[in-house]
Design a binder for this molecule. Structure first.
Ligand code: AMP
Length: 298
């Protein structure tokens, strides 16, 4: 595996179809699953590693974001990546960007409402990755459902010749969606966090059994959170999978999403629901995540 720092050096490595996996590093099995899926479909797998300041609406969150470049390089290589593109902030933003990339209709609710500017920052950096790396395929996690809608529509609206692929959420043994930020969960907070996925799974069961009311599905999630001592989530929302706008009724492909603060950590999760077929609850690890391996992050 080559480690590159510029767009041009990365493109010089290409053989055959190119699949891009954009990341902010501190890899867990969710990232590695995206790399594995990319490996199956491309001649060259490029993993980008850039903690993008433009998508952090909270400076403390940016400063604290976990980083371990050596560990990430080893894991990416073991997962079949050909190139790890790890640009400096100067390569990514040689000038303070004058262009803004914004998808207001897709960013008005949920993450867009609770993290002002976050999705615009994602759209800008992903537009730069699409333009600078010119991948044939780009893999994103369904865990960030609204982000997936944004980067898919971004490619369509600006005619980037990339096929965007969404990959199911990888979960810890207790159901918690893997996130690099899970390492910050305090032991006393751990008991409650399983309620997010439990609530979503209860709602997915109900949807598969015929429940179509958005309020009812959202209520099932809220009830599970409340029972676990998390009565005030930032949101529980049923949204159209493509437009990321809230819908009152499950009458098209959708995601049911939740965001909640647990201790100091902000968690998001979702299930994808389809009135015509089974829900996508993601996949669950059978062992502890490598996030908790000894020595990580030292
Ligand atoms: P991040 O490094 O958190 O920006 O994530 C990089 C990519 O990995 C994004 O496309 C995320 O949606 C995806 N991702 C993050 N967590 C998971 C997960 N638990 N399962 C699957 N994909 C994930």
């Amino acid at each position: 595996m080559r480690v590159t720092a510029t767009f041009a050096a990365t493109r010089a490595e290409y053989r055959g179809r190119v699949a891009l996996v954009p990341t902010m590093g501190f890899f867990h099995e969710g990232h590695l699953a995206l790399m594995g899926a990319a490996r199956e479909q491309a001649g060259t797998v490029v993993v980008s590693l850039f903690v993008n300041p433009m998508q952090f609406n909270d400076p403390a969150d940016l400063a604290a974001y976990p980083r371990d470049r050596e560990r990430d390089a080893a894991l990416a290589e073991a997962s079949g990546a050909d190139v790890l593109f790890a640009p400096s902030p100067e390569e990514m933003y040689p000038l303070a960007p004058a262009v803004r990339v914004s998808l207001p209709d897709l960013s008005a609710e949920m993450e867009g409402a609770h993290r002002p500017g976050h999705l615009d920052g994602v759209a800008l950096v992903v537009a730069k990755l699409y333009a600078g790396l010119r991948p044939d395929l780009a893999f994103f996690g369904r865990k960030d459902a609204q982000q997936l809608a944004v980067v898919t529509r971004l490619a369509a609206d600006l005619s980037f010749p990339v096929e965007v692929v969404g990959y199911p959420t990888v979960r810890e043994r207790d159901g918690l969606a893997l996130s690099s930020r899970n390492v910050f969960l305090a032991p006393e907070d751990r008991a409650g966090v399983g309620s997010l996925s439990r609530g979503l799974f209860v709602a997915a069961d109900a949807a598969e059994a015929g429940e179509r009311s958005g309020a009812a599905l959202e209520g099932l999630v809220a009830a599970e959170l409340e029972a676990a001592g998390l009565p005030s989530p930032e949101y529980v929302a049923l949204a159209d999978a493509s437009s990321a706008t809230r819908i009152p009724c499950l009458d098209r492909p959708a995601f049911l999403a939740v965001a909640a603060r647990v201790g100091t950590v902000r968690l998001i999760d979702n299930v994808f629901l389809d009135p015509e077929g089974p829900a996508d609850r993601g996949v669950r690890l059978e062992r502890d995540s490598l996030l908790y391996a000894k020595g990580v992050g030292c």
